[in-house]
Design a binder for this molecule. Structure first.
Ligand SMILES: [Zn+2]
Length: 504
């Protein structure tokens, strides 16, 4: 099967070319791009008239949690530590049926595809622990809808109250006992689960991969994290984790280890080129130096970070240190949508109010780089996807330049970041196959999947409301922890542990 897109404006994002458009053709043969430029004499099974169209690499969502999709639009105005009580409950978590896990993932995948995302890193944190049936269902949904996806087994193997500073001081003893009775994931079982998943799913359908995702350094034992890194190295897959999202986590490093969480990761040998750090907000200059030296990736989750009041990552300083930056929606409860055009828009704007120093603002081209090549590199797919170059997998979107967001057309890169919402997309191509066209997913029937999901939801939410009530008991203590860490952080700043962005 071959596809020829003729006479289009093309933003390749290829090194040296970046976001400057060229006029030309793209030839796709099988799952790969075989030519970019002048292919007029070529024949193809499917010819798309590219006149009046813009073609660019499909967007890469570098950090997403599909399990939160059922909580879209449900919570507001809570800091991370309080919100987690409801989205990832300590008590009474329901084990989701594989079918509901499938429908929930399909919901994310369809929205992603229709809004221009062709590749996603889905860090799947199932409460209480991921089962292999649930993971199979998640992979099946991505296979069916047609995305390129890197899917994790997310794990926490320390008792929950030992992952947050002051929890044992501030949570009442009877609630501590209830929380402790839940236990934590068994690291040997989780590693066996990962080995199975790698065997079963890694490389599936030419576009699906499994990755390891120890939740965060304070939430996992060093042994588990190091074993996870060994697995990642052996299978050339990402080691995906969360670091320094909130001020509570900035205090955590000092309280638990007497050093920053980045210094702790370095000491454990876990800062490597395949390490992806979600957030990286409360990093010091020394942290940024260590991350740059190691060549890690970070994911900037700019909408989620605003919703949870977490802070703003010092992205330009991070980029200047040679750290690869991806953009992510983060979970669909803290972002409320998978739409990467919204994430790009926010990333393009937020640094302008973070600092008056406009050398530290992002350009539209910076944003597009993060949302394409940066994301692909963080998923260990930098040589396979993220730009339109011969030899790479054919992952791209086609946009209608006659639509309102591009009229009048000034600078195409600026239009993509600041004007477009995803509404002008005419085609989404993944792995050489047209997966969505004119707002419709071609491989699944959206209306049927949504109708089936709606049928399942009343029972799910009835149970979830009982879970919320159980976990609400912890909220006063967690609000106190949040306040105490914020006060403690001011103290840390006076001692010179000021996060880089505090000075901008
Ligand atoms: Zn996350």
């Amino acid at each position: 099967m071959s596809i020829l897109i003729q006479g289009a404006q093309i933003i390749t994002m290829a090194p040296g070319q970046g976001a400057r458009p060229i006029t030309g053709d793209i030839l796709i043969e099988g799952d790969r791009i075989t030519a970019v430029g002048d292919c007029e004499t070529q024949a193809a099974d499917n010819v798309i008239d590219g006149r009046g169209k813009l073609v660019m690499p499909g967007l890469v969502n570098g950090h997403m949690h599909s399990p939160e999709a059922l909580y879209k639009g449900r919570y507001d105005n809570m800091p991370l530590e309080v919100w987690m009580l409801y989205a990832y409950p300590i008590l009474g978590a329901q084990t989701l049926s594989p079918r509901l896990a499938y429908l929930r993932t399909a919901l994310c995948a369809m929205e992603s595809l229709k809004s221009g995302t062709t590749c996603v890193t889905d860090d799947v944190y199932e409460s209480p622990n991921q089962t292999s049936d649930q993971l199979d269902a998640v992979f099946q949904a991505y296979e069916d809808v047609g995305l390129r996806a890197t899917v994790s087994g997310h794990v926490v193997d320390r008792p929950f109250l030992d992952t947050i500073p002051f929890a044992r001081d501030l949570v009442p003893p009877e609630l501590c006992a209830e929380a402790d009775a839940q236990g934590a994931a068994d690291s040997a079982e989780w590693l066996a689960h990962c080995r199975d998943a790698l065997e079963k799913h890694h490389g599936r359908a030419g576009r699906l991969n499994f990755m390891v995702a120890p939740s965060a350094p304070q939430r996992c034992t060093p042994d588990l994290m190091q074993a996870a890194m060994e697995l990642a190295e052996a299978h050339d897959t990402p080691f995906h984790t969360h670091i320094l999202e909130t001020k509570v986590q900035a205090v955590t490093g000092q309280e638990f280890y007497g050093e920053t969480l980045i210094a702790y990761m370095k000491r454990l040998g876990l800062l490597r080129p395949r390490t992806t750090i979600a957030h990286s907000i409360w990093v010091t200059d020394a942290d940024i130096g260590m991350m740059g030296e190691a060549g890690v990736s970070i994911v900037h989750n700019v909408i989620s970070n605003q919703k949870l009041g977490a802070g703003v990552a010092p992205i330009k300083r991070i980029m200047r240190a040679g750290i690869n930056v991806a953009l992510g929606s983060d979970g669909i409860s803290t972002s409320d949508t998978t739409r990467m055009f919204s994430v790009m828009h926010a990333a393009g704007l937020i640094h302008n109010v973070q600092t008056p120093d406009n050398d530290l603002w992002l350009s539209a081209e910076d944003v597009l780089h993060c949302a394409t090549l940066g994301g692909a590199r963080s998923a260990c797919l930098g040589s396979e996807s993220g730009s339109l170059e011969p030899g790479k997998k054919a992952d791209m979107i086609v946009l209608d330049l006659d639509a309102i967001p591009f009229t009048p057309l000034n600078d195409p890169a600026n239009h993509l970041v600041y004007c477009e919402t995803g509404s002008s997309i005419t085609h989404a191509i993944v792995n050489g196959e047209i997966m969505a066209e004119a707002g419709t997913c071609l491989r699944v029937t959206e209306a049927e999947l949504l109708a089936e999901l709606r049928e399942e939801l009343p029972a799910f939410f009835a149970a979830h409301e009982r879970t919320e009530a159980l976990n609400r008991q912890f909220e006063p203590s967690f609000r106190k922890i949040h306040k105490r860490c914020n006060a403690r952080d001011m103290g840390l700043r006076r001692l010179g542990h000021e996060p880089a962005w505090g000075r901008t």
